[in-house]
Design a protein around this ligand. Sequence first.
Ligand SMILES: CC(=O)SCCNC(=O)CCNC(=O)[C@H](O)C(C)(C)COP(=O)(O)OP(=O)(O)OC[C@H]1O[C@@H](n2cnc3c(N)ncnc32)[C@H](O)[C@@H]1OP(=O)(O)O
Ligand SMILES: O=C([O-])CC(=O)C(=O)O
Length: 384
Amino acid sequence: MNDNEVRKGLAGVIADYTSISKVNPETNSLLYRGYPVQQLAEQLSFEDVALLLWTGQLPTPQEREEFLQLEREHRDLDENVRSAIDLLSTDCHPMDVGRTAVSVIGTNHPLAADSSPEAELIKAKELFAAFPAVVAYDQRRRRGLDAVPPRSDLDYSQNFLWMTFGEEAAPEVVDAFRVSMVLYAEHSFNASTFTARVVTSTLSDLHSAVTAAIGALKGPLHGGANEAVMHTFEEIGIEDEPAAEAAARARAWLEQALAERRKIMGFGHRVYKNGDSRVPSMKRALDAMVAHYGRQEIMGLYDGLQDAMEEVKGIKPNLDYPAGPTYHLMGFDTEMFTPLFIASRITGWTAHIMEQRSANSLIRPLSIYRGPDERSLPPVAAAA
Ligand SMILES: CC(=O)SCCNC(=O)CCNC(=O)[C@H](O)C(C)(C)COP(=O)(O)OP(=O)(O)OC[C@H]1O[C@@H](n2cnc3c(N)ncnc32)[C@H](O)[C@@H]1OP(=O)(O)O
Ligand SMILES: O=C([O-])CC(=O)C(=O)O
């Protein structure tokens, strides 16, 4: 084994085949099962996109109807899950709550030990249906508010916002939320999905794989970046001022942050080096929210930081950059942003879990040892 065989961070390593999504950095494109994500975000419900990711096909009207019924039947917060969440302090991060909730859901599931494709699909659909209530309940308990029961006359996105805020969201808000769910759903072998595949490769169960994936998503180099973007905006300070002044403050902040060798959250990507394919669609959703809530002042900072980053480092924003302020404008607390990413990515993770299981090989790379040469234990240590 040579040093030049080591691929730090597995950069550039092709670990397996997948039929679920294609990330193409040359053309800045992203396909889910062959369909461009921009078209899916414009035209499809999140529920249809979920079915597409799981099955590889657009649903027939009957398949859609059956799934919508199942989804509505599994929206209620399970009592065991609620009790487990109630044991957790509201000082802990909401990602810890999401991780714990999925783990508890796994322990209660009657098909926990059944890893047939049919059972895996049922578990995936039920988890998709159950997770919004976890986020909504956690958001509300942190605000000292009671849970709001789900409504079966609302679609996934409408109901998610209803359970969180206790009022019906405007159609523009529902649409921006739906777009964010579609865009966050799947992105090939990213860190959290790869984590889910590693866990699955040991023939462990679906809920263990998703629980582990949530742990990977939490980090700020991955999903945690959407909340980190908002912390950046708060650090720079959102002021009602002309755009040029906001841009100047953003630039000064950036220069200082880079001088301190800080990573600027919401920028850069391991695969896309010339822009993230999902940003234009998410930016349109952000623009719609800025117009809907009349919060133009946030865009001076947004554009200013983006332009300065491009000029100084030549690095473009990723999906988390427009998603963070979009969720902020909708009224979610900053720490709830990454749990929203979980709600969406459950689709991609579970599709990959099923794919990994269908053609499994234990994932176990090698390493070059750099510790001490072989040595004998000193006699005194051996005696102890
Ligand atoms: C949905 C998602 O998960 S998208 C990713 C969300 N994550 C973030 O937004 C966190 C901020 N971004 C980053 O840390 C990185 O761009 C990553 C981790 C996403 C990708 O990183 P890698 O592919 O490993 O690239 P790497 O970190 O080696 O960067 C290459 C160079 O660009 C710089 N760079 C890359 N991204 C950034 C950034 N956001 N801020 C400052 N510098 C950056 C690095 O410092 C490095 O410079 P150097 O060669 O002078 O040391
Ligand atoms: O692909 C990646 O490395 C990260 C990412 O954008 C995602 O998971 O959506």
